[in-house]
Write a protein that binds this ligand. Structure first.
Ligand SMILES: [Zn+2]
Length: 344
């Protein structure tokens, strides 16, 4: 196994998880990523759309390979303000909405103010509402109670809150017993893994076999994350969470290799190579099919990029809800990324 600086890795993971970054609101987190990249000693630039692109010189310029992970997350946006001053919301991406009931959030106004609040159903009190326990939880039956003295729509408007403001869900990040419990491990766990590998390469003066571009995408949760790729990339490994449950074999301790998802089979040769490398190096890994899933490779292929693509990632339990993974899954993922970059 490569020697990852575990403390630095976990510190970066925690910073990523606790920095709000729903799709469309990734400006702050991209600044953090730029700063880390420069401290490691690699080049960074942002495309007009806001994708971060890191370039690592390789031993050979014969081809350019891509690695990707998405730093955007699920979230919500203010849709309207009710007569009592609560916020109706529209979702960004696809969270399991009932899990939002009772969750804390932050509302960012466009002039830079931040307010806190709580997602609740419109039947929030068991002493008042007969259907408090049974009401379906969805965007129509839920609203946000602000921690401000608001009694009317005018009061909320006076705070400077209006439709279109970004709502960020509290990730509740907790590190315990080498488990990481948090929302948005999908896909910040993978972004942290990419930084773990880049730090290792840089510290040990190791160049990947080929020139490598690391794509930190910012719109994956809404479907078009890596739809633009620098044209020199001819193959790309997406690093995104592995699915757990039903008949899938992945656990919170494994790196998952996805053979096929909703967008179809991944590149046969790349996927076979990854499986062989995982096997030869005694990694804890699983090969699985994701029935309801698309990745940055799917977005890139759909947009017409002429690449080979594969998908790996740490096993994440309860995805798009209260997620959890274990440090071992992250270690196995970093090892497989490292092998991909340095072995033919
Ligand atoms: Zn994801």
């Amino acid at each position: 196994m490569i020697a990852i600086q575990k403390e630095l890795f976990l510190e970066r993971l925690e910073t990523l998880l606790t920095t709000d970054s729903p799709s469309g609101f990734t400006m702050n987190i991209m600044n953090v990523i730029e700063e880390w990249t420069r401290s490691i000693g690699y080049d960074f630039y942002q495309t007009p759309k806001g994708t971060g692109i890191i370039t690592i010189e390789g031993q050979s310029d014969e081809k350019t390979v891509g690695l990707s992970a998405h730093v955007d997350t699920l979230g919500a946006m203010v849709r309207s303000i009710t007569g009592t001053g609560n916020l109706k919301f529209t979702l960004i991406g696809g969270p399991i909405v009932p899990t939002l009931d009772g969750e804390y959030c932050r509302v960012y106004t466009r002039d830079g103010k931040v307010y806190t609040g709580t997602f609740l159903s419109v039947a929030p009190s068991v002493h008042v509402h007969k259907d408090a326990s049974t009401m379906a939880r969805n965007a129509d039956t839920m609203e946000i109670r602000l921690d401000e003295v608001v009694k009317s729509k005018a009061d909320t408007l006076a705070l400077g809150i209006s439709p279109g403001d970004i709502i960020c869900i509290d990730p509740k990040t907790t590190l315990i017993n080498d488990f990481v419990k948090s929302r948005f491990l999908d896909d910040k766990a993978s972004v942290a893994c990419l930084f773990g590998v880049m730090q290792y390469l840089s510290d040990n003066y190791i160049k990947p076999l080929y020139r490598t571009q690391v794509i930190i995408s910012a719109f994956e949760e809404v479907g078009h994350g890596a739809s633009y790729l620098p044209p020199e990339i001819s193959e790309m490994l997406a690093v995104d969470m592995g699915c757990i449950g039903e008949d899938l074999t992945c656990t919170e301790f494994d790196v998952s290799i996805c053979a096929k998802d909703s967008s179809g089979p991944y590149d046969y040769d790349m996927t076979s190579r990854l499986i062989q490398m995982a096997k030869d190096n005694q990694l804890d890994y699983a090969v699985d099919i994701y029935p309801m899933y698309g990745s940055d490779v799917s977005a890139a292929l759909r947009a017409g990029n002429n690449i080979k693509g594969a998908l790996i990632g740490p096993g994440v339990h309860a995805s798009h809800g209260m997620e959890r993974t274990h440090y071992e899954a992250l270690e196995n993922t970093m090892e497989l990324i490292y092998l991909y970059l340095t072995r033919s």
